[in-house]
Design a binder for this molecule. Structure first.
Ligand code: PMP
Length: 390
């Protein structure tokens, strides 16, 4: 049987069109964008065009796009950058950072780490379906709050957080007290391919994107930083002053060009893919629950406020790592949640935060679908599940 990949939320294969774009910059126009000669100029032009394209697709300005080595670094730059600059400007104040308790590790662990440097971090609780409570959020906002970081869509259960409502609350709060803080950051790594990521529509100050979640290469990402707040960010990687002095290091032109192509393709396919994958995911769920009567959904029962590509299921009494191995032996790749901690045998932190008990958090699997998933793949997996008697 051909291998079936149901782990698109962990990473995606590179689209052939993206690969073609990249190989040109790896082999032919390989220059350093900092060099003055012909090769350097070509590289700089590719960098400019890529930046321009990404800026346009998210409603930003050219100078607001900062390339990083991925979403992890972009999230670090957002949190550390804002925190350390604020500390420098206001050493007497204990800064407060508000995040949700289901953020990706790159936000959660960074916020935790900043506690060591004097940050007060609020970890907002979420409901059973992973949604933050806007009333609780409002209560937590105060004059010492310098940053709010709430993910746009969760990578394990696909919950879409109310970003526009959060930004409106922050905008009103700042107006009321005549403050320029807090800044609002959202990690849109999982959201971009399905949801509107126009920064003006969202009303945000900082936004993280990752290339390898949208059929681009690994190791490249973007932090959108609104012009008006760029002076309030401390660079975390210093050196030659690339990326408008906010992130030094020779630009990876092939990866950047590939990423901008991937963003363009993803943007153009957004509505179409949303519907196609939504139907496939729902079809899989309708069928699998007829085969395995006791399984339960770890998501909103109608998939309200949920990404179309993620299905997170509780298999009572079945250990998730054993299930993953069984599926793997049958050529079906799935996971129990975040790939970042898949090798540890801990239960899913996200499911625990949603209020599920340890057993349920240890006995759940994430199926995630993507561009190359076909109905035949789902049917094959269903027949395997039927035979296997999980
Ligand atoms: N944020 C989210 C929501 C993610 O899903 C991931 C990838 N698992 C990351 C951040 C980290 O992305 P990267 O691999 O580009 O560092």
């Amino acid at each position: 049987m051909k291998n079936i990949y149901f782990d698109y939320a962990a990473t995606t294969p590179i689209d052939p069109v993206v690969l073609k774009e990249m190989s040109f910059y790896l082999t032919k126009e390989f220059g350093n964008a900092g060099s003055l000669h012909f090769f350097g100029q070509k590289a700089m032009r590719a960098l400019d065009l890529s930046r321009e394209k990404i800026a346009k697709l998210i409603g930003a300005d050219f100078k607001e796009i900062i390339f990083t080595s991925g979403a992890t670094e972009a999230n670090n730059l957002a949190l550390r950058g804002v925190f350390f600059k604020f500390k420098k400007l206001n050493p007497e104040i204990k800064p407060k950072i508000i995040i949700s308790s289901i953020e990706h590790e790159s936000v959660l662990e960074t916020a935790r780490n900043l506690e060591n440097y004097g940050a007060k971090v609020i970890y907002l609780k979420v409901n059973q379906y992973g949604l933050i409570d806007l009333k609780q959020f409002k209560k937590e906002l105060d004059k010492n709050t310098i940053l709010v970081s709430i993910m746009y869509a969760n990578n394990e259960i696909g919950t879409i957080e109310p970003i526009k409502k959060i930004s409106q609350i922050i905008i009103n709060f700042k107006k009321e007290y005549n403050l320029n803080y807090p800044f609002f950051h959202t990690d849109a790594s999982q959201a971009f391919q399905f949801l509107d990521c126009n920064v003006l529509n969202l009303g945000i100050d900082l936004m993280t994107l990752s290339s390898h979640k949208i059929y681009g290469p690994k190791g490249i990402g973007v932090l959108y930083i609104k012009k008006e707040i760029q002076n309030y960010i401390d660079p975390q990687i210093t050196g030659g002053g690339q990326e408008f002095n906010l992130r030094s290091g020779t630009e990876n032109i092939a990866a950047i060009a590939g990423f901008s192509k991937a963003i363009e393709l993803s943007f153009n396919l957004r509505q179409q893919e949303f519907k196609r994958i939504y139907d496939l995911r729902n079809y899989f769920w309708e069928k699998i629950k007829l085969i395995l009567k006791d399984i339960k959904l770890n998501q909103n029962p109608n998939f309200k406020n949920t990404l179309p590509n993620i299905l997170n299921i509780y298999f009572p009494g079945k250990n998730s790592s054993e299930l993953i191995t069984k599926f793997d032996l049958a050529g079906i790749a799935i996971s129990s949640g975040s790939a970042c901690n898949a090798r540890s045998s801990e239960s899913s932190r996200v499911l625990l935060s949603c209020g599920y008990n340890k057993d349920r958090a240890m006995q759940s699997l994430r199926f995630s679908f993507g561009k190359f998933t076909k109905k035949q793949d789902i049917d094959k997996a269903l027949s395997f599940i039927k035979i296997m008697k999980l």
